[in-house]
Design a protein around this ligand. Structure first.
Ligand SMILES: Nc1ncnc2c1ncn2[C@@H]1O[C@H](COP(=O)(O)OP(=O)(O)O)[C@@H](O)[C@H]1O
Ligand SMILES: [Mg+2]
Length: 326
């Protein structure tokens, strides 16, 4: 096991003035509301769910870009939030993140050379010559060839796919163990998407990486992820091996997500769609009582609006939080 997440929570204060917040009269938006799961070494662990369910917040918490309200993220036996800032520099190298929009996350005033040199400088790696060598090799590794030509360009001179390759190179140049990828291909044209995913999978094999892959696209998840967790209003409602969860979903929410896209779309990558199912997602400020999904659930019965179902193992390796499976 590489990472263990224990009762992880992130609440954002919202809808109040500063004085309300100081008097603790403000409301809380429960973006991440009690997550428990493990990430195994070398696996591609996927997190999916509708927009706003807490995926990006979870991704940021896993690499300590955000501080949790409570809970732990244990990386190689150590809670990352207990590590002093100085010592954390070492961990920062091991855990990297790439985002959906490579244009927004690349400083437009820096050349590709400077963008790749920056993390090396921050971590005091190599002298000028060694850095040049590392930059050259990492551009090659992500298929930006000849590296000589790409080094002197600026982000605006690259296509979306090439920019995402630069982001990947920038994350990989520090030789991390763990990579959070937050919807890394959802802004890209379908034609370049497959190439980026293939590159990510090749790098994973070559460098023994572990991925936490965030996507709302079940077809992407189906093709590259080992296990998948389905999130709804800050909680995991189902978790298991990806192909089993997608081909035979157990939780009514997962069923609805899978029904919203056809099998053909998932298995043969036809026309990926955004997830959309009947009814509105409840507001994460006023979380429903009992099961968070009950107001939208077609199978809700007696206990669902009162008791919160726990995530329990209902078949080997398959976890569901639903009163139907008790
Ligand atoms: N910094 C923040 N302040 C207040 N609310 C936030 C902040 N970041 C995210 N949220 C809220 O937390 C919820 C989860 O957001 P996010 O993790 O971005 O979801 P996802 O990535 O699944 O779309 C949303 O309701 C969002 O509006
Ligand atoms: Mg997001």
């Amino acid at each position: 096991m590489l990472i263990e997440v224990r009762d992880l929570r992130k609440y954002f204060p919202v809808g109040g003035s500063w004085s309300d917040i100081l008097k603790r009269k403000h409301k809380l938006l429960r973006a991440v509301n009690g997550l428990n799961f493990n990430i195994e070494r070398n696996e591609v662990f996927c997190l999916t769910g509708e927009s706003g369910c807490g995926k990006s917040t979870t991704g940021r918490l896993l690499v300590r870009l955000l501080k949790p309200t409570s809970g732990q993220v244990i990386f190689e036996e150590k809670n990352i939030y207990d590590i002093a800032p100085r010592e954390f520099r070492k961990y920062r190298k091991e855990m990297q993140i790439i985002f959906q929009d490579p244009y927004e996350s690349l400083n437009p005033r820096m050349s590709i050379y400077e963008l790749l040199e920056e993390p090396l400088r921050i971590h005091n790696i190599g002298d000028d010559e060694e850095r040049l060598d590392l930059i050259y090799r990492s551009l090659r590794d992500v298929g930006l060839e000849p590296p000589r030509d790409f080094m002197v360009r600026y982000p605006y001179q690259l296509s979306g796919g090439q920019r995402q390759r630069v982001m990947i190179a920038r994350a990989m140049i520090l030789n991390p163990k763990f990579l959070v990828a937050d919807e890394p291909v959802s802004m890209l044209d379908a034609s370049v998407r497959a190439g980026i995913l293939k590159l990510m999978m090749e790098l994973k094999e070559k460098r023994n990486l572990t991925y936490f892959f965030i996507t709302h696209d079940l077809s992407v998840a189906y093709h590259i992820c080992d296990r998948i967790a389905v999130m709804y209003l800050g909680k995991i409602v189902e978790l298991g091996p990806t192909y089993r969860v997608i081909l035979d979903p157990l939780h009514p929410y997962t069923k609805a997500l899978v029904e919203a896209v056809s099998r053909g779309e998932i298995m043969y990558r036809r026309r990926p769609k955004d997830i959309s199912i009947k009814g509105e997602v409840s507001n994460p400020i006023d979380i429903p009582s009992g099961c968070v999904f009950h107001p939208r659930c077609t199978e809700a019965f007696e206990p669902c609006d009162k008791e919160e179902p726990e995530l329990i193992e209902v078949e080997k390796d398959r976890f569901v939080a639903c009163h139907l499976y008790k």
